[in-house]
Every structure is written in structure tokens, then in C-alpha cells.
Design a protein. Structure first.
Length: 142
């Protein structure tokens, strides 16, 4: 499934994390209560983006919104920029939270050392950055 198909599918929520400072775009299965549910007691209110047929919320809501979507819908697509040449590292493997920007796209995030042969240089590993591209991952309820 390509990004356009994922965005228009309508069954599984999509959290689209655009380049900062642009707000997140949230595409949800239709419900009259979506605005209040997405607000979840926050002071700021989600705003409707008619051009994208989605909700806009602050970037700072990213992790909370992903967790809300997974709790309610059991699945959530996360679309975000990622750099092809970034390397995974112990900092990712031991991380907490949903915010992953390394090349594993969250596959190894917070799960401890992944299976396979990894040469650990140190807690973080710097490499030259490749071109930023949007990538998609499916987050599931555990």
C-alpha cells in the first residue's frame, strides 16, 4: 500500500507528522465525537483542515495522539520523515515513548537489543544524513 492509499483508506487512523513547525495531520474514521475525543481535555482544540480532510493538532501532541488512536482503534498508521542513512543504536533500543527518527522506523524502538549482529560503537552513532523521505509504519495495540 502506498502513502496515498493509506491516507485515503478510512478504516485505520493516520497520524501524519510533517516537518516542523507544521502541525500534525490526523485522519480518523468518521465519528461525530472525533473533535472532543482528539482534544482529550487539552486546552487547545483540534482544527479542521478542509484541504486535507483531516484534523490539525500541535506537534507536541504526537505521542499522546498515537496512543489515543491505538487505544481506541487498535491500529494507527504513523507517517513521518526519516533519513535513509541514519543508523539504529542502543539509544533507540533502550528508548521510551513513540518518538523514533532513526532508520529502523520504530521496529527496534524500546525493545532492547534486536536479534542479529550489531556492532555497538557507543550510545549514539553519527553518520552522514541521507535525503529525508516520508515513511509509514503501522503501530498496533499490544
Amino acid at each position: 500500500m502506498d502513502l496515498d492509499e493509506i491516507w485515503h483508506q478510512g478504516r485505520i487512523p493516520v497520524v501524519f507528522r510533517r516537518e516542523r513547525p507544521l502541525p500534525l495531520l490526523i485522519k480518523l474514521p468518521y465519528s461525530l465525537s472525533n473533535k472532543e475525543w482528539l482534544r482529550d481535555g487539552q486546552v487547545r482544540k483540534p482544527s479542521w483542515d478542509a484541504a486535507h480532510k483531516s484534523w490539525e493538532v500541535p506537534q507536541a501532541w504526537f505521542e499522546r495522539v498515537v496512543r489515543l488512536c491505538v487505544r481506541r482503534h487498535r491500529w494507527c498508521y504513523v507517517v513521518q520523515l526519516h533519513r535513509e542513512r541514519q543508523v539504529c543504536a542502543p539509544a533507540c533500543w533502550n528508548a521510551e515513548g513513540m518518538d523514533c527518527e532513526c532508520s529502523c522506523m520504530g521496529a527496534n524502538h524500546g525493545g532492547g537489543q534486536p536479534v542479529g549482529r550489531w556492532y555497538e560503537v557507543d550510545e549514539t552513532f553519527a553518520v552522514s544524513w541521507g535525503i529525508q523521505r516520508y515513511a509509514v509504519r503501522l503501530v498496533r495495540a499490544k
